[in-house]
Design a binder for this molecule. Structure first.
Ligand code: WQD
Length: 351
C-alpha cells in the first residue's frame, strides 16, 4: 500500500483529499500543526473510513521537527502539500507572516524531499496566480500576472520554487490551481471550518443564513458582468479532492509530460455572486438576508477555468453541480452548529 504524506491534513481540502486517497487504496499520514484547525475533521474521516489517520502535530517552519517525520517514515511515495495560510485580506495586513509561513514551510519540505528522495510532490496552488486575466476562461498557459495579494504571491513564488527545484532533482511535481473550492463531503462528516469571520463567499452565505453573522454583504454589483456582480468558478471540494488522487496516480504511472505539470481545477462554468446566492436560496428554501456594499479591493471582475487538460490528462470528471455545492455547504453549517460545543472544546487557536 503506497504511503502519501498530506500536509494540512486537518484542514478543509486536506481532509477531503485524505478521504479520497483512503477510498482509492492509499495509506495516509498527515502533518498539521493545528494552529488553524483541530482533530475534528480527522474524527470525521475515521467515522467515514474506519481509519485513524496519524497526524504529526509539527510546525513545518521547524526544519528538525519536519525532518524527524521523514526519518520515521522512509516509505513516503508522495507528498500533497496543502499546509499554508490562505486568507487574502489577512495577507495584506500581515505580509511577512504569510511569506515566512508559506515559503519557509515549503522550503523545509523540499529539503526533506531531496534528502529522503521522495519521488512525487503535488502542490496546492490557486487561480489567484492568474491575477486579473485578459481573456477567460483561463488555460494553464494563460499569463501569470502580478499577484493581487501577498497570499497570491506566495502561491506564485511557491510554483516557481518547486518548478526550479524539481528540474535539478529526480522528484516529479504537479501544480494544481484550484478555482473556488466550496461545499462539504456528501456524508456531512467533514467540511470547511473557517476561523473567525469568513472571508469567502459560500461560508459567509451559510453563516448569514444560520445567523452566525448578522447579514451577508455583496461586495459590489456595479461590475461589467451580466448582473453586475463578480464571476467565479465554484467547484465542489470533493471534486477537487479526487483530482489530487488522480494526480498522484498520474505521477505513479509516470504519465507526466514534464518534471512539473500544471492543471486548472475548476468546473469551466462562471457563476456570479448573485447567481450563487439564488442557488443557495433554492436549495435551502430560505431567503438570504444580504445587502450590497462597496467593492472589495483586489477582487478580480471575472475568472473561470478551461479545465480540458485536467479532464483529458488526469481523466478527471466533475461530479457535483452548483446546487449540490450549496446543499452540502448548508447541511454542513447546520451540522457545525449542532457540534458547536465539541468544536469549541477542541480549542481553536487563531495565532
Ligand atoms: C468570491 C466572490 C467577492 C465574500 C479567494 C482566493 C483564492 C481562494 C478562494 C483560498 C468575490 C464575493 C465574498 C463576501 C462577497 N483562496 N464576496 N461577500 O476572492 O474569488 O478567491 O478565496 O483558498 O485563492 O483568491 O473568493 O469567496 O472570497 O470571493 O460578495 O462576504 O464573492 O467579492 O466576488 P475569491 P471569495
Amino acid at each position: 500500500m503506497k504511503k502519501i504524506l498530506v500536509t494540512g491534513g486537518c484542514g478543509y481540502i486536506g481532509s477531503h483529499t485524505i478521504v479520497d486517497l483512503i477510498e482509492n487504496g492509499f495509506d495516509v499520514i498527515s502533518i498539521d500543526d493545528q494552529s488553524r484547525s483541530t482533530r475534528y475533521l480527522l474524527d470525521g474521516i475515521e467515522k467515514m473510513t474506519g481509519k485513524k489517520v496519524k497526524n504529526y502535530k509539527v510546525d513545518l517552519k521547524d526544519y528538525n521537527d519536519t525532518r524527524a517525520v521523514f526519518q520515521e517514515n522512509e516509505d513516503i511515495s508522495g507528498i500533497i502539500h496543502f499546509a499554508a495560510y490562505k486568507a487574502v485580506g489577512e495577507s495584506v495586513e500581515e505580509p511577512l507572516m504569510y511569506y515566512e509561513n508559506n515559503l519557509f514551510s515549503l522550503i523545509n519540505l523540499l529539503k526533506c524531499v531531496d534528502e529522503f528522495h521522495v519521488p512525487h510532490f503535488v502542490f496546492s496552488s490557486s487561480c489567484t496566480v492568474y491575477g486579473s486575466p485578459d481573456t477567460i476562461p483561463v488555460t494553464e498557459e494563460s499569463p501569470i500576472k502580478k499577484a493581487e495579494s501577498p497570499y497570491g504571491s506566495t502561491k506564485q513564488m511557491g510554483e516557481e520554487i518547486i518548478t526550479n527545484v524539481v528540474k535539478a532533482a529526480d522528484t516529479k511535481a504537479i501544480l494544481l490551481r484550484y478555482f473556488n473550492p466550496v461545499g462539504a463531503h456528501p456524508s456531512i462528516l467533514i467540511g470547511e471550518l473557517p476561523l473567525g469571520k469568513p472571508a469567502n463567499l459560500v461560508p459567509a452565505i451559510t453563516q448569514a443564513a444560520i445567523g452566525k453573522i448578522p447579514q451577508l454583504t455583496v461586495f459590489g454589483t456595479d461590475y461589467p458582468t451580466r448582473d453586475g456582480s463578480n464571476i467565479r468558478d465554484y467547484i465542489h471540494v470533493s471534486d477537487i479532492a479526487h483530482a489530487h488522487t488522480l494526480a498522484i496516480q498520474y505521477l505513479l504511472a509516470e504519465k507526466n509530460k514534464t518534471n512539473c505539470d500544471i492543471f486548472n481545477l475548476g468546473t469551466g462554468n462562471g457563476v456570479t455572486v448573485l447567481e450563487a446566492i439564488k442557488a443557495f436560496e433554492e436549495v435551502s428554501g430560505q431567503k438570504l438576508n444580504y445587502k450590497v456594499g462597496p467593492r472589495r479591493p483586489g477582487d478580480v471582475v471575472a475568472i473561470y477555468a478551461n479545465n480540458n487538460y485536467a479532464r483529458t490528462a488526469l481523466g478527471w470528471d466533475i461530479k457535483y453541480d452548483l446546487k449540490e455545492m450549496m446543499r452540502t455547504a448548508w447541511a454542513w453549517e447546520v451540522k457545525v452548529k449542532q457540534d458547536e460545543e465539541i468544536i469549541k472544546s477542541q480549542k481553536f487557536q487563531y495565532n
